[in-house]
Design a protein around this ligand. Structure first.
Ligand code: PLP
Length: 326
């Protein structure tokens, strides 16, 4: 029976810059009590104050790990968290995957979900938090079984929801954590409940100017003719690793890919639309309650390509980060 492996990474070592690891401290703890529990005094619990990353693990390989680590570091910078030692996080990831393989010997076609979760640490405003080393981030890594069909494209019924923010807000108010992958996903989850009430699977947010942004937990790509488009990261959205993998795949087929600021009406002109996250693309089959032409095959091919050519795809996806000085 597949299960979860959890790892606790010593926060002092993980956030110690490039210097030596915290002296005399064992850094990686696999499946121990701390790896499974969070204190009620933790700022992740008290305020949702922290960051995370998630990706798929395929045959022991965490897909696009370096892109995820770059984004983790980017999120840490935005939240004024310390710079993390990525070598330590990598070690924790490897330990989690190794133990998972040892315990559950997954078949080649089984995939897992990898999560790296970091909280700001204990809450110094609470007496209980003050006793628990406030100021030291808490770092967990999880590897969990995924349903066998998790990497298969799932048809998506998409609606639009206004986010109530301007596309200029990221430039005007950069302190608002634009583009960071934070632990505060309560609003993102509320979107899915609203989608349920509207007979949809997911929603794309729009800015007050009517520009398309992203879905609560995925990026959007659309095709018009031979060109593929996605909203640009300067709109304050999370820059998706899967979207970059998808672009690398379609470029390899000879198509052109573009980033930009697109009015939501442009989705109505699209030949096909996809949503995507964690190295899995899904076809949009209905938009605003109306069935549309979709391309599930391209999603399935892209998902396979991201696995069969993971090194090439990961390298291209990483190289693309320089386009927007990420
Ligand atoms: N946008 C948001 C808000 C997300 O939460 C996610 C993933 O969780 C994405 C986009 C897609 O990111 P990725 O492709 O790196 O999983």
């Amino acid at each position: 029976m597949p299960g979860t492996v959890s790892v606790w990474v010593d926060g002092r070592s993980a956030s110690g810059g490039d210097g030596d690891l915290a002296a005399g401290v064992e850094t990686i703890h696999v499946n121990d009590e701390r790896s499974r529990t969070v204190s009620v005094y933790d700022l992740a619990v008290q305020r949702g104050d922290g960051i995370f990353e998630a990706t798929s693990v395929w045959r022991g390989i965490p897909l696009s790990l370096e892109s995820h680590l770059r984004r983790l570091q980017h999120s840490a910078r935005i939240l004024d968290l310390p710079a993390f030692r990525l070598d330590v996080i990598r070690e924790g990831v490897a330990a989690a995957i190794d133990r998972y393989t040892e315990l559950f010997t997954p078949a080649d076609d089984e995939e897992q979900m990898l999560k790296i979760l970091i909280s700001r640490g204990s809450d110094p405003q609470l007496a209980g938090g003050r006793e628990l080393d406030p100021g030291i981030p808490h770092v967990w890594i999880l590897v969990d079984h995924r349903d066998p069909d998790a990497r298969d494209p799932q048809p998506q019924r998409l609606i639009t929801l206004p986010k109530g923010v301007s596309a200029e807000a990221p430039r005007e108010n950069p302190w608002m954590l634009w583009g960071a992958k934070t632990l505060s996903y309560a609003m993102n989850k509320a979107v899915y409940r609203e989608c349920g009430r509207r007979d949809a699977d997911t929603a794309i947010f729009t800015s007050t100017e009517g520009l398309m942004l992203e879905c609560p937990t995925s990026s959007v790509v659309f095709r018009v003719g031979d060109r593929f488009f996605t909203p640009e990261p300067t709109l304050g959205i999370l820059w998706g690793t899967t979207q970059r993998e998808f672009f690398a795949f379609v470029r390899a087929q000879g198509f052109t890919c573009e980033y930009g600021r697109y009015p939501i009406e442009k989705l109505g002109e699209a030949d096909a639309i996809w949503t995507m996250s964690s190295s899995v693309a899904h076809p949009v089959v209905a938009y605003e309650g109306v069935e549309i032409a979709s391309d599930p095959d391209l999603a399935a091919e892209a998902n396979l390509f991201a696995r069969d050519h993971h090194e090439k795809i990961a390298a291209e996806s990483l190289a693309e980060l320089d386009r927007f000085q990420f």
